[in-house]
Each structure stands twice: as C-alpha cells, then as structure tokens.
Design a protein around this ligand. Structure first.
Ligand SMILES: Nc1ncnc2c1ncn2[C@@H]1O[C@H](COP(=O)(O)OP(=O)(O)O)[C@@H](O)[C@H]1O
Ligand SMILES: [Mg+2]
Length: 901
C-alpha cells in the first residue's frame, strides 16, 4: 500500500514544536487525502480523529502529538522533507480498543473514521466517514466497563427558577430526569449520580459557583452544547417521537419541563455520537428529589457508604457488608439503593416486606440465588445488541439467562409480596423463551468471540449455509483424490497436492522428477528442491472453494444480523425482565445480609422520633469477633432528646455511635433490615454529617476551611426533618475558636426554624455539656470507661450524663508513649488544673481543662458583665451562621481581655 511505504521515519517529538502542530490547513500540502482528512476533522474539532487507512487508524497534527504521548507510541511524520512536516502516529486497527480506552480514560473523545467503501473498488480516494464517537460516557464494551457501576452522561439545563437534570447510562438504557431549584441541590445531585461526562448549554459560563464546582470535579469530561439543543418544545416532541407516544405523561415527565429539555439535549448528543438509532432506549423515568432521602457527597464519603476513606476501595464500606448480590445488574442496583434511599413510607414498606419474606424462606432464598447466578448482564447485553456492538457470546449469554427464567419464576411464584409478584406473570415469559430457543437453534455453543471468521451459526439452521460448509469440508477428500489421480497419471510417486495462504493450491514435484511433469502443468513457484505447479482442474477447484468461503461468511453475517434484529424487537421485554431480576437480586441480597448478621425489621413512620434499641455498627461489628461489639441504644425526638451531646475520651466509641445511627437510618430508608434489636425510625428528609478534620485526614481534606464549608452547608440546608451527625467539629482550629464554633453550631441547630433538628454531637470539649442547662432539648450523654489505677478500660457503653475527664494521658500510655513523657504530661496537667499554668502558655489560667464550668458559666449568669451587655444587643434569630460565629469570637475576645487584665 502506498501509504505504508511512507510510514518510514521516526521523528522525535522535538521536530514538532507546538507552533507547527498547529499548522494552519492552508499551509499544508494539499494532497487529496489531507484535504479529506481536514474536511472530516473540521466537524470534530474536540475529538481525536482515528482515520482508518488499511490496517491502521492514523492520527495527524495536534491529535498525533496528544495521542502519541498518552499512548506512548512513536510519533512519525508524513512528509518529513517538506517545509511543514505533518506529525502523525497510528495504531493497528485490530488492537484499537485498548488505545481508545486509554484516551477516554484521560478525558478525550475519539472519533472513529472508517473507509466507507471497498478500497479495491474505489475510484480515486476511498470515501471515509465517522461512524461513531467514543467518549467516557459512551462506552458499552464489556472489557471497558466496571460491571458493578453505572456509566452515566448527565445534562443540566437552567430554566427560570429551576434546573433540569437528565442522565443516561447508554450501556443499560437507564434514562432518568429530575429537577432541582437551588444550584447547590443541582451540584449535590450531580455528585450523587457521579457521571463520567457532563453536558451544559453554552449559556452556563464558567463563572462563579459553576466554575468552582466544575474545578472540583476530576476526571469528568465537560462538554458545551449549543443552546438550541436544549429547546424544551422541540425536545419534548422528539422524545415523544422516539418513544412512540403522544405525550410524556406515561413516564411522569409531562410536567418536568426543564428536565425534558435536558433529556432531549442529552438524547441528541448520544445519537450524534452513536450515529444510529437508539432503539434500546425505550423509557425515561422522572423522579423527584423529594421522594428520596438526600445524602450529600460529604456524608456519603464520611459514612463510607460505597468507598472507604482509606483507599477509596470497597472494603470496610456499607456496600461491602450489604452486597450479597449475584448478578451484575443487582450489583449496580444495590449501589443505587444505598446512594438513593427512599422517602415514602409505602415504597419503603414494600421493600421491607419483600426482604422479610425472603428472609423467612431460607430454602427458597438459597434456590432463588442459585438460579440468579446463571443470569448474565441482560441490561448491557440488550444495549450491545441494539447498538450492534455485540458478539456471538452475548447471544449465548442471553439464551442461557432466558432459559433460567421459568424455574426461577416458579420459585418466586409462591411469594406474596407485591414486589415479587411479577414472577406470576408467566405469560410474559413465553416470547422470551421462544427467542432463547431461536438463539439455541442458530448459534453454536463454541462460537468464536467475533463474527469475522464465521463459525457462529449452528448446522441445521440454514440449508444453504450447510451446503457451503460442506463444499469446504469436502475439499480435503477432493485434494486427496486428486493427489492419487495425478500420481498415477504422471508416475511421480512423491507428487503432493498442497495449499498455503500466499500461493493458494498447488502441485509440488521434487526437482529430481520434474522431467516427468506433463505439459499442461503450469509452473507457479520454484523452490530449492522442488517446483510448484497449478493445473486447470486445481484452479477451478480453488475458485469454487474461495467463492464458497466468501459466500459462507457473507451468509453467516446476514443470518447473524437477522437474528440480531429479532432480538432487537424484544428489547423492551428483556429490559423489563432485567429490571425485575435486578430488584429481586437486591431484595434477596438484603435478606441474606439480614440473616447472616442478625438484623431486625425496622419500623418507618411519620412521627418525629428515632428509637434504636441495642443498635450496632454494621461494618465495625464485622471486623470484631462475634459478640464483641457492644450494642447501644439511642433515642432522638423533637421534644426532649433532640440534640445529644456525646462526650467521652478518645477511642471510647463516639464516632462509632454517630455513624451507626446514621447508617441505621439509611438502611431503614433503603428498605433493608437493620443491625439492632428494635428500630423505630422517623421518615427523614436528609442526613448531614460533618466529621472533624483530624478524623478525616484519609480523605485528603484536613483543612479547617473544608470543615467550615461542610458545616455551613449543614446549617444552611438542614430542616427539622433532617438528621445531623457532627463529629468533633472545630477540632481543626485553636481551642477557643473550635469550642466557640462548636457551641454556636449546636445552639443554632437546637433553634433551627424555631423547631430544632435531631442532632448527634460528639465532642471532646467537655464544656459543651453546659448547653444542656440552657437549651431545653439538649441532652448529655457520655461513653463509659472504667479506670483501673492509671489504666482505663473502654466499655463502649453510652449512658446519660456528661464526662468531665478526657483520659488523654491514659490513652497516650495505651498507645505506647515513653513513660517519661507520660509523667511529664501528668505534672503539667496537674499544674493547669491547680491554676499554676495555662495551656496557652501565659502564666494565668485561661479556659481551664477539667474545671471548665466556672469560666463558662459566668458567661450566662445574670450580671453586668460586658459580654452580657453585648449579648443583649444581638438579634439571634436574624443572624447568619457566619455572623453568629464572628459575634462569638468577639465575645470570647472580650472574655479573654478580661482574663488577662
Ligand atoms: N460499641 C463498640 N463495641 C466494640 N468496639 C467498639 C465500639 N465502639 C467503638 N469500638 C472500637 O473503638 C474504636 C474507636 O472508636 P471511635 O468511635 O473511633 O472512638 P472515638 O470517636 O470516641 O474516639 C473503634 O475503631 C472500634 O474498634
Ligand atoms: Mg472519633
């Protein structure tokens, strides 16, 4: 091929200073090919163009510079002697997938440009066109996807006072829309969805809050689409047309105006990248944020729901404990359930009921799970088939999965719960089984991974194909017979009839016997010891064989595509079945966890209280020997026990109690059983958590600023129906600042909207226990430790009342600090407690450790202290949290000044 002869020189990247990489098209040698290249590239300026040339995809110019360095492949030049050499690099067509994956991983888009006609037949330059654009969110190939996580592309559209949000996983056809008013809610929802790619209209400029938010995202591709792509009316019509409906009412989307605008833009984008109809997208689901218990990103991280803080892995997460799913679809769905707990009593109860039923039927459960194991990833198989990116093995997996259904449905038929009743609908099974039988008749069990070489269609499926295959397999007999015949005719006993890829069929005669070769033998090739010939008869045979082979592959391809089309017609049913199976897998997985770990059935209600009897931490208890985790009871309500201040020394178990309470509430809202003896849980709208800086170092965010941002988010967005856990807030700054922030925050939450919000507040500032005296719904709790001489024993048991000691020195000893340091620390502590030494370094006692009350209380006693005067001038109800903090700081400065005078 002409091109490959020119692929000669390996130039070092230094030959192409960036100025040259950006050679303007007018400066380039205007070969027809380069013209074609530039014309195609013009339409895909933001993608790396893979330009197909024979067995390679070539990249040129800037694309070549970028790709060669990412892919670590040689950068060459197309015309190195020219004034403007054109940088280029290439990857073999057969192994392109891995290279594409690498570029995608680095946030690039790749446009795949193929030859659109057979080069052998083309007159002049081969026509080429882009057949698909691969972006991080547009991947469907099995090897490129994490099978237990979704792969979403998300679009946002701001419209008047609201924002439409739509997202789609093209590999599963999961397509959802919603709306959020406030920008922070939009950002939260984006974080929850965790898309690989975000689409925004041009009008959202990179300014202000969007810029800050987008900056904080890493590894997510953000693309801008023209405003017109978001046209709400046109998009609604287009979606109706695609779904074959007159309105979007049936999908609950009719009123989701901005959401549909975003969904339409997203759909157009996906269509433009796939360049084929998206037949597998058969539904769109509208949901409301008010139907879910909202967990912001920080809370999800802090509670280690899906990823641990240590290395971001699954180990030690709630997911790890709960995920007993056996299908890929179930594995993805249970993540979704954890991240999106429900907020409607009826839907939660339905799940709890089904989990209970599965729990109490262990034999059925075991069989159901065994049967589920045979089921492949129907959602993704269906998508690959619809997008024509499937392999013969996808069909085999589909067949096996469908054949497993009747027995599975039989087992489930006995279940009473509404969520499992779909299994009684065996009528829906018949068309799918017919499909499975068709696949069984059509596809060979040992089909190769691709269609390219044929060998996919089973014998007996198509008579013509069988005949063609027979021609091929009879060829051996023919060649043997020919050999015998020619030996006899020529008398050359060592004559052989053979085949090789380069020369095709030939007759080989050793040099010593060539005299006996008849005249009609035509010489084809000369070797050192032999001559090779062809005869008319052998040539005829060869034509017949190759013709049959070509026809066979063409016919197999055609049959395979017809089969694909038949499967496509059933995609909606396959998807419905897949959804039911995924849900069943999750329900049984929750039942399995409940059984394995001894969980109880929670009660979800609309009253305001949360009562957990003997609750445990689902993850920590798994790391301890059986029975070693100390259960704790907790009671929260809106009347007396609203803000619980939990004190106790380090390592006592404060963080554990906080987290386990939040986890129980999440579990109950997902419809799971919970690790407790009894649990009665108020329907909750949001859970917020703030984990003190030092506890969160693993998250890489130990700055005080982040701590304050998260706290501000809580104060600004909590409602009386929320649950808040605050763990050691204020720890990331000086003691005075920290304490004053903790104090002000707890007070603010107690007074929130005149009602207060349920809060668990763990702190090592014992002074916080004073709050109980002045706020009616604050209660003190502490975690018991037993003192034995200088030693302490952690009991991990929560009980009423505060603690006045921190036992820090004892903990230091436990940790193995040198005895001399321990002794020194003790004497300093004694001095401070006796007022001889201040822990700020000054000689006068400041806020004393161990005896906080004296100084703290004086703040609130009726007196004419300047602090009281200042306090009287404050309008607490109309202060922002920040003003409150500033004011507190001011108050403390007054006190401090008073102390040092
Ligand atoms: N209820 C409990 N039963 C058994 N061990 C516990 C319990 N609570 C905590 N622990 C153990 O104590 C360790 C420290 O608990 P943590 O909650 O981090 O303490 P704190 O926040 O008070 O410093 C935990 O990692 C766990 O191993
Ligand atoms: Mg802690």
């Amino acid at each position: 091929m002409q091109w490959s002869r020119r692929r000669d020189s390996i130039a070092s990247p230094a030959c192409f200073p960036s100025r040259e990489a950006g050679v303007s098209p007018s400066e380039l040698p205007a070969t027809p090919m380069m013209k074609q290249y530039l014309e195609i590239k013009r339409h895909y300026p933001d993608a790396i163009l893979f330009y197909r040339m024979g067995d390679f995809y070539e990249m040129f110019l800037e694309d070549a510079l970028v790709a060669s360095s990412i892919l670590d492949i040689a950068l060459t030049s197309r015309n190195k002697n020219d004034e403007h050499p054109i940088p280029m690099c290439g990857v073999p067509y057969r192994s392109a997938q891995g290279y594409v994956a690498k570029l995608i991983e680095r946030g690039h888009k790749v446009a795949i440009c193929e030859q659109a006609e057979d080069p052998a037949l083309a007159k002049g330059l081969v026509k080429r066109e882009v057949v698909r654009i691969v972006t991080p969110g547009m991947v469907v190939e099995e090897g490129l996807l994490d099978q237990s996580a979704p792969n979403y592309v998300l679009a946002v559209y701001p419209e008047k006072s609201t924002h439409g949000i739509a997202f789609l996983d093209i590999s599963t056809a999961d397509f959802r829309v919603t709306e959020a008013e406030a920008l922070h809610a939009v950002f939260e929802e984006i974080s929850r969805v965790a898309p690989r790619e975000i689409l925004l209209p041009e009008s959202i400029r990179d300014a202000g809050r969007w810029a800050a938010f987008l900056d904080g995202l890493s590894g997510i591709l953000v693309s801008r689409l023209p405003e017109a792509d978001f046209d709400p009316i046109a998009n609604r019509q287009m979606l109706c047309r695609h779904l074959g409906t007159v309105s979007l009412e049936g999908y609950g989307c009719e009123h989701v105006h901005a959401g549909v605008a975003a969904a339409g833009a997203l759909f157009r984008y996906v269509e433009s990248t796939q360049k084929r109809p998206l037949d597998h997208i058969t539904r769109i689901t509208a949901y409301s944020l008010s139907d879910e218990l909202i967990l912001d990103d920080a809370t999800c991280r802090n509670l280690e729901l899906l990823r641990n803080l240590r290395d971001g892995g699954k180990q030690g997460t709630l997911l790890d404990v709960l995920d007993r799913t056996v299908t890929a679809m179930g594995a993805r769905l249970i993540r979704h359930w954890i991240r999106h707990p429900l907020r409607r009593v009826e839907t939660i109860d339905q799940r709890i009921e089904a989990v209970g039923e599965a729990l109490h039927a262990p034999t059925t459960r075991r069989s159901v799970r065994e049967h589920l194991k045979q089921i492949g990833d129907l959602e993704r198989i269906a998508s690959r088939i619809a997008l024509d990116r499937c392999t013969p093995r996808d069909f085999l997996a589909l067949k096996t999965s469908l054949f497993a259904l009747p027995e599975l449905y039989d087992l489930l038929k006995t279940c009473e719960s509404p969520l499992l009743q779909e299994a009684r609908n065996t009528d829906s099974l018949e068309p799918l089984l017919a499909l499975a039988r068709l696949i069984e008749r059509a596809v060979r069990e040992d089909a190769p991974p691709t269609l390219a070489e044929g060998g996919v269609i089973r014998r007996g499926f198509d008579a013509e194909l069988d005949a063609l295959i027979d021609t091929g397999s009879h060829s051996k007999e023919f060649l043997l017979a020919l050999e015998v015949q020619e030996r006899a005719a020529t008398g050359i006993s060592s004559l052989k009839v053979r085949y090789n890829k380069v020369f095709g069929y030939y007759i080989e005669v050793p040099k010593s016997q060539t005299e006996a070769v008849p005249a009609h033998y035509v010489r084809k090739q000369t070797l050192v010891n032999a001559e090779r010939y062809i005869t008319d008869e052998l040539k005829q045979f060869e034509l017949r064989i190759t013709g049959a082979e070509e026809r066979r592959i063409a016919l197999e391809t055609e049959l395979f595509h017809r089969l694909r089309q038949t499967v496509c017609d059933h995609i909606p049913e396959i998807q419905t079945t897949a959804a039911f199976l995924a849900q069943t897998d999750c329900l049984f997985s929750l039942a399995e966890a409940a059984d394995l770990y001894g969980y109880c059935k929670p009660e979800i209600h609309l009253q305001g209280n949360i009562r957990i009897e003997d609750g445990r931490h689902p993850v920590i208890e798994r790391f301890l020997p059986p029975g070693r985790f100390v259960p704790n009871s907790i009671e929260l309500d809106d009347t007396r026990n609203q803000v619980l201040i939990i004190t106790g020394p380090n390592m006592a178990g404060k963080s554990t109690i906080l987290r386990q309470t939040a986890l129980q509430v999440i579990l109950a809202h997902m419809g799971s059983y919970v690790p407790a003896k009894n649990a009665s849980i108020a329907l909750t709208d949001r859970i917020f958590s703030r984990i003190g800086a030092l506890d969160n170092i693993a998250g890489g965010q130990s700055t005080f600023l982040v701590e304050m941002q998260e706290t501000a988010n809580i104060l600004n967005n909590a409602t009386p129906k929320s649950l808040i856990i605050l763990d050691e807030i204020g720890r990331g700054t000086s003691t005075y600042d920290g304490f004053s922030i903790a104090w002000a925050t707890a007070g603010y939450l107690h007074d929130l909207q005149g009602k207060g919000v349920k809060t668990l507040f763990a702190t090592h500032y014992h002074e916080m226990t004073e709050l109980e005296r002045i706020k009616p719904r604050v209660r003190n709790f502490s975690i018991a430790v037993k003192e034995r001489k200088d030693e302490i024993v952690f009991l991990h048991k929560l009980h009423k009342g505060g603690t006045s000691r921190s036992y820090g020195i004892q903990v230091a000893r436990l940790a193995g600090m040198p005895e001399s340091v321990i002794l020194h620390a003790k004497s300093v502590l004694r001095d401070i407690e006796e007022g001889k030494h201040s822990f700020t370094g000054s000689t006068k006692p400041a806020l004393t450790i161990g005896k906080p009350v004296v100084q703290q209380l004086s703040l609130f006693e009726p007196d004419t202290h300047p602090v009281i005067e200042r306090l009287k001038s404050i309008d607490v109800m109309n202060m922002t949290p920040l003003e409150a903090l500033n004011c507190l700081h001011e108050l403390f400065m007054i006190v401090m000044k008073g102390n040092s005078e």
